[in-house]
Design a protein around this ligand. Structure first.
Ligand code: SF4
Length: 360
């Protein structure tokens, strides 16, 4: 009965409350969630079209002092296998993906106490000088930005102004995991509070840069904590849009991989991920793009298009999740085939030129 009420509300352009989101999670069938998610999806996108991009995460350093218990990637400053990659190595990673048609790169390292703002200015200036506008990159995650600003004794707006001058246009919403302070205290107490994270998101947008929303599920988070995350993101986007400002470009959710780290545990089923994607699409009705995670869900991620997602990337490499158990699928045609099997045409979203190409 309540599903019908929610359906009518969505069809009239309305939105669900947090209580209704909770009710849906606990009671709705998959078919109901798919139907409701697609009502919201159709407000933004053609029913049978999905966009994708080919991207590579460039792990420029693995040295990090944050010591999150779910992380399989970090090394401490004195560890023998810690590294900081040089420009030659970074350029070779860019060239390799460019050669197969990819144009998006995401820099992801850690809280490395040796790398102040000058390191990033020099790196990004060198990349823009070599590649101009032919590629695009996510310069760092929200939490790395906050760490570097504080390490360099700069306010976040000051750090952003310097990065922008070095050619940065995008930061990614990485480091959100679960936006609920009790969760962050349990697992990543160095990784900033929800308020600090969201304030930084606002600073990035106010500086004229773009940013994204992210979430990771499948640790030990409660339903309340997942809903806290969604509510925080929706309220943030509401307040941006209500004042006529740019908001989050997209929202990407992926799943925790429990191997080779302190926290351990068990992976959640893909079915749970897909239901959560649908809930995200229904509840986050003010963010245009909902992205599904091929990196952590492989073939099942493309089923996510049926559950309300409209966009995905085919990742070429990401040491962080691969060390925790993710398996990278580099066969582009095979991944696109999964999307086609799910009933979708695909169009390559060229981030550097902000255009769609190669539809099939
Ligand atoms: S998840 Fe990121 S911030 Fe946390 S320990 Fe790993 S590299 Fe550091």
């Amino acid at each position: 009965m309540q599903t019908e009420t929610i359906k009518s509300k969505l069809e009239d352009g309305g939105r669900i409350s947090r209580g209704e989101a909770e009710w849906l999670w606990q009671n709705a069938t998959d078919e109901d969630l798919i139907a409701l998610a697609n009502i919201v999806r159709r407000r933004f996108h053609k029913a049978n079209l999905a966009t994708y991009l080919l991207m590579r995460i460039i792990n420029y350093t693995n040295i990090c002092v944050a010591k999150c218990d779910y992380c399989s990637f970090y090394r401490l400053p004195r560890d023998k296998d810690g590294y900081v990659r040089d420009n030659h190595w970074i350029f070779s990673k860019i060239d390799e993906l460019s050669a197969v048609g990819g144009d998006l790169f995401a820099f992801n390292g850690g809280f490395n106490p040796q790398l102040k703002i000058e390191y990033y200015e020099e790196l990004f200036t060198a990349i823009r000088k070599k590649y101009g506008d032919t590629i695009e990159f996510y310069a760092m995650t929200v939490v790395e930005l906050l760490y570097v600003a504080r390490l360099s004794k700069l306010s976040t707006p000051e750090a952003l102004a310097r990065l922008k001058a070095a050619g940065v246009r995008w930061v990614t919403g990485g480091g959100a995991e679960i936006l609920a302070d009790p969760f962050r205290l349990r697992h990543s107490p160095q990784k900033y509070t929800v308020a600090e994270y969201m304030e930084t998101q606002g600073d990035i947008l106010d500086a004229g840069l773009h940013t994204t929303g992210t979430m990771v599920i499948g640790f030990d988070e409660s339903l309340e904590e997942r809903l806290d995350h969604l509510q925080t993101v929706r309220e943030f986007q509401d307040s941006r849009l209500a004042s006529g400002k740019e908001g989050l470009f997209s929202f990407l959710c992926w799943t925790y991989k429990p191997y080779n780290n302190e926290l351990g545990g068990k992976e959640i089923e893909s079915g749970e991920y897909l239901r959560h994607l649908a809930l995200c699409r229904i509840y986050l009705d003010n963010i245009k793009h909902l992205r599904t995670s091929v990196l952590t869900q492989n073939k099942a991620a493309l089923q996510g298009l049926r559950y309300g997602a409209d966009d995905f990337d085919i990742p070429w490499e990401d040491e962080v999740t691969q060390m925790a158990g993710a398996v990278v699928e580099r066969d582009v045609e095979r991944v696109l085939g999964y999307a086609h099997e799910a009933g979708f045409k695909t169009a390559y979203r060229h981030v550097a030129s902000n255009s769609l190409v190669r539809t099939k």
